[in-house]
Design a protein around this ligand. Structure first.
Ligand code: DP6
Length: 407
C-alpha cells in the first residue's frame, strides 16, 4: 500500500478563552505588526461559557494550507493568518536548528488544515477574534512542538488576542521597539486571586457590528485628538491604578476605572470623524441602570464595560449576582421568562423590593436584552485530551463541510 494511504494525519485540538478589556486598546502605531498606541488590561473569561475550539491537522498528503471557520471555508491567504502561520513555522524551524528535540520536524514540512468554531455569536462584539487567533496560535504551537512566549505571535493575528494567551488578569504592555518584540501580554494576577469576581454578558444584539475594530481604530487614530490625549496622558496612569485595584481586590476602584475607561473609549469613537456609534439605546439604558443601582445602595456594586458593539459586560461580586440579574430581568422583560434567558453559571432566585424598583425608576424596555451569560474568570488556553480529539473533528467541521473535507 502506498505510504500516503497508511499515514495518519497529526491532529491537535485546543480551546482558548475570550477576554474583556477593562483598560481598552484602541489605535495602532504599526498596522502590519499590530503595535498599539497604549497598553491595555483585561480579564480572561471562563471557557465553559465563551471559547473557541480549534483543530489543526497536518499530513504529507495535504496539498495546501486551508482553514474553516464555523463550518465555512475562509481565505487562508489573509495577511493576519499568514503572519501567524509564518511566525510559528519560523519559531519551530529556529528551535529545530537549535537542537530542540520537542519540535516535530516531520510536521514542519507538511501543510495544515485548520478548523475553528466558537460557542458564541461571531463578530457580535464578543471578542471572537481574540479567542480565535489565540486558539490558532496555541494549537499550531502544540502541533509543531513550540513552547514559551507566544503572545507576540497571537498579537499579529489580532491585537486583543495576545491577552487571551493568559488566564486571570492580563496586561498587554505596548512596548516601544520598532520591531514589536517588547509588545507582549503578561499575567498581572491569576484568576484564583479574586474568585468572588463575577461577569455577566448582557447580549443586546447578536448582529454583526457595523464598523469593525480594525477599521474603526484606523479612523480614530487619523482623526481623534481625544484618542491621542487618552493614549499619552490618561492610560499610563490608569494602568497603574487598575493593577493596584486588582492587587488589593478593591472592587469600587476597579469598577469605577472600568466604567470610566469604557466611557472614554466610546467618547473617542464619537470624537472620530465621521463618528462611530457602538452603543445603542439598550446600551445607554444599561448604563443608566447600573448607575441608578449603585446610587440606590450608596456604593459601587456593579460596573459595565462595552467593546466595539452594544453588548454590555457587567462586573460584580458573587453576592450581588442574583439581585442584579433580577433587576436586569425586571427592567428588560424578556420574551420568555424561562431558563433560556440566563445561560452559564446558575443564578439563585432573588426578590426585588418595591423600594429598589422605585429607586431605579426606569421605564422597562421589553426584549431589549436577548439573554444573559453568567460567567467568571478563567485559566489560559488548553489542549484537549487525546480522547476528545475524535469527537472534536466532526464538531469542528459541522455545517456544509464534512470531516472528510477537513481531514
Ligand atoms: C474595543 O483586537 O479586535 O475590543 O488588533 O485590529 O484585530 P485588531 O483589533 P481588536 O480590537 C479590540 C478593541 C476593543 C478593546 C480591547 O479589547 O482592548
Amino acid at each position: 500500500m502506498p505510504e500516503e494511504r497508511t499515514e495518519q494525519p497529526h491532529i491537535v485540538t485546543c480551546t482558548a478563552p475570550v477576554n474583556i478589556a477593562v483598560i481598552k486598546y484602541w489605535g495602532k502605531r504599526n498596522e502590519d505588526l499590530i503595535l498599539p498606541i497604549n497598553s491595555s488590561l483585561s480579564v480572561t473569561l471562563h471557557q465553559d461559557q465563551l471559547k473557541t475550539t480549534t483543530t489543526v491537522a497536518t499530513s504529507r498528503s495535504f496539498q495546501e494550507d486551508r482553514i474553516w471557520l464555523n463550518g465555512k471555508e475562509e481565505d487562508i491567504t489573509h495577511p493576519r493568518l499568514q503572519s501567524c502561520l509564518r511566525e510559528i513555522r519560523r519559531l519551530a524551524r529556529k528551535r529545530r536548528n537549535d537542537g530542540d528535540s520537542g519540535v516535530d520536524s516531520a510536521s514542519l514540512s507538511h501543510k495544515v488544515h485548520i478548523c475553528s468554531v466558537n460557542n458564541f455569536p461571531t463578530a457580535a462584539g464578543l471578542a471572537s477574534s481574540a479567542a480565535g487567533f489565540a486558539c490558532l496560535v496555541y494549537t499550531l504551537a502544540r502541533v509543531f512542538g513550540v513552547e514559551g512566549e507566544l503572545s507576540g505571535i497571537a498579537r499579529q493575528g489580532s491585537g486583543s488576542a495576545c491577552r487571551s494567551m493568559y488566564g486571570g488578569f492580563v496586561q498587554w504592555i505596548m512596548g516601544n521597539k520598532e520591531d514589536g518584540k517588547d509588545s507582549l501580554a503578561q499575567q498581572v494576577e491569576p484568576e484564583t486571586h479574586w474568585p468572588e469576581l463575577r461577569i455577566l454578558v448582557l447580549v443586546a444584539s447578536a448582529e454583526r457590528k457595523p464598523v469593525g475594530s480594525t477599521s474603526g481604530m484606523q479612523t480614530s487614530v487619523k482623526t481623534s485628538c481625544l484618542l491621542k490625549h487618552r493614549a499619552e496622558s490618561v492610560v499610563p496612569g490608569r494602568m497603574v491604578e487598575m493593577t493596584e485595584a486588582i492587587r488589593k481586590k478593591d472592587f469600587a476602584a476597579f469598577a469605577e476605572l472600568t466604567m470610566k475607561d469604557s466611557n472614554q473609549f466610546h467618547a473617542t469613537c464619537l470624537d472620530t470623524y465621521p463618528p462611530i456609534f457602538y452603543l445603542n439605546h439598550v446600551s445607554q439604558q444599561i448604563i443608566s441602570l447600573v448607575h441608578r443601582y449603585n446610587k440606590h445602595y450608596g456604593e459601587t456594586r456593579v460596573a459595565y464595560t462595552f467593546d466595539a458593539g452594544p453588548n454590555a459586560v457587567i462586573f460584580t461580586l458573587q453576592q450581588h449576582v442574583p439581585e442584579f440579574v433580577h433587576v436586569v430581568q425586571h427592567f428588560f422583560p424578556p420574551e420568555t421568562n424561562g431558563a433560556d434567558f440566563i445561560k452559564g453559571l446558575p443564578v439563585n432566585c432573588a426578590s426585588l423590593s418595591e423600594e429598589l424598583k422605585q429607586g431605579i425608576g426606569l421605564e422597562p424596555m421589553p426584549k431589549g436584552i436577548n439573554y444573559i451569560i453568567s460567567t467568571k474568570g478563567t485559566e489560559r488556553a488548553q489542549e484537549l485530551s487525546e480522547s476528545l480529539t475524535s469527537w472534536t473533528r466532526p464538531v469542528c467541521c459541522r455545517g456544509s463541510h464534512s470531516a472528510a473535507a477537513f481531514i
